[in-house]
Design a protein around this ligand. Sequence first.
Ligand code: K1U
Ligand code: ZN
Length: 171
Amino acid sequence: MALLPVLCYPDPRLHKVAKPVEKVDARIQKIVANMAETMYEAPGVGLAATQVDIHERIIVIDVSDEQNELMVFINPEVLWASPEKKSWREGCLSVPDFYDDVERAASVRVKALDLNGNPFEIDADGLLSVCLQHEMDHLLGKVFVEYLSILKRNRISLKMKKRAKELVGQR
Ligand code: K1U
Ligand code: ZN
């Protein structure tokens, strides 16, 4: 297994639209294993393939307290979203150290393929619902800061660019 570098906002590659996985095979299983290792190491509760510069529809999530309940979603699709909305303070491994409130559907029903290529459906609410919607946005090239005001987004962009420059200067 390997740790994968996570792209940081405002990297333009975060805006690429991921393609569906055609076949769940050993290559995809290896990507999933590496994504899971990267998510746990960060640490995070989710990771979309887009964030590690792989533009295929793959998500890993673990919202358990012990971080020992890995969930894998290949080619995820929202079947239903509740009209009821809920606001949640979100973070993102591609926008480290920034957190802000985003309003999304309170509950969703999602269908996807598992690690063996078998279809399944899941009803999600709470953090799992938020995380699924956040990660599925990544697969569409959308980062959560795009829900914030243009002022906040520009401020985050500037701070992230400054931080990237400082990191290069330290090398
Ligand atoms: O997509 C990502 O970058 C992962 C992101 C998922 C997420 C978290 C919260 C709301 C919406 C989406 C993160 O995991 S950010 C890190 C984080 O929230 C966390 C880290 C360690 C323990 C618990 C939470
Ligand atoms: Zn994210």
